[in-house]
Design a protein around this ligand. Structure first.
Ligand code: SF4
Length: 243
């Protein structure tokens, strides 16, 4: 993908589509095969995607996948979960962080879905516009904007740009969003700017970049493919961290 333009990053501090595309093109050279080990196995299954993403809050992908598989083994049909004691759900989720809270929220979300659709299914959302899906999903207990966007993108195959902790860190450092921006407002800002056809791929590549290069504590700015355009590269804070 070569759209053949350059921009002056130092004067373009607001989110611009051109800036986003430039980041995408550079990351694409490094992370062509970026994927989600947690969500790829449940892709195109919106309910499983919802549950897996709820489990992943504050938990890494390895433990989230393990907890999700344990939950599926315990409850091969989500209907069984609705009738189960909370302690049994907690037991299945115990390798994930905040598992007590997640057990309650997952049960409550699935229960609400059943109440709304007569079964534990999100299939009706395939026919809804994206905005209505987002509104519905964020009305479910324990479901925030990032989880809703993951269900849209991975579960329902609708273009969406989830902003998790890695994505937020990288876009802030790049200067795509302000330093004090919350994940939810960064997501709604970027949702309107990132072209539909690159949303999921850019999300996956930014996560990969955040894990491998633009790490929380010691970003490897010297080897970063985005360093020429990054507002934080060589900043005092990062220099100190790199030292
Ligand atoms: S230059 Fe440094 S701070 Fe900027 S994106 Fe790369 S690793 Fe992150």
């Amino acid at each position: 993908m070569d759209r053949g333009f350059e921009i002056d990053w130092r004067v373009n501090c607001v989110v611009e589509e051109n800036a986003v595309i430039l980041v995408f093109e550079k990351l694409e050279k490094m992370y062509q095969g970026a994927r989600s080990s947690l969500l790829e196995p449940v892709q195109n299954n919106p309910v499983d995607t919802l549950v897996a993403t709820m489990i992943s809050q504050a938990t890494n992908d390895t433990l989230s996948s393990r907890a999700f598989l344990q939950l599926k083994t315990e409850f091969p049909d989500w209907e069984y979960l609705l009738g189960a004691d909370t302690e049994i759900i907690e037991g299945a989720l115990s390798c994930a962080g905040l598992y007590r809270q997640k057990a309650k929220q997952i049960k409550a979300a699935l229960s609400k879905i059943k109440e709304d659709f007569g079964a534990i299914t999100l299939d009706p959302l395939y026919d809804w516009p994206k905005e209505r899906c987002f509104e519905y999903l964020t009305s479910l207990p324990g479901v925030g904007p990032k989880t809703a966007a993951c269900v849209l993108a991975f579960g329902l195959g609708k273009p969406a740009f989830p902003v998790d902790t890695h994505v937020l860190r990288v876009v802030k450092r790049l200067g795509l969003v302000g330093e004090t921006e919350a994940a939810s407002s960064a997501q709604s800002m970027l949702e309107g700017v990132v072209p539909e056809d690159i949303k999921m791929k850019l999300h996956l590549m930014l996560i990969e970049h955040g894990r491998r290069v633009c790490t929380a504590r010691k970003p490897k700015c010297n080897v970063c493919i985005l360093k020429d355009m990054c507002q934080s590269c060589n900043s005092h804070v990062l220099e100190a961290n790199n030292g």
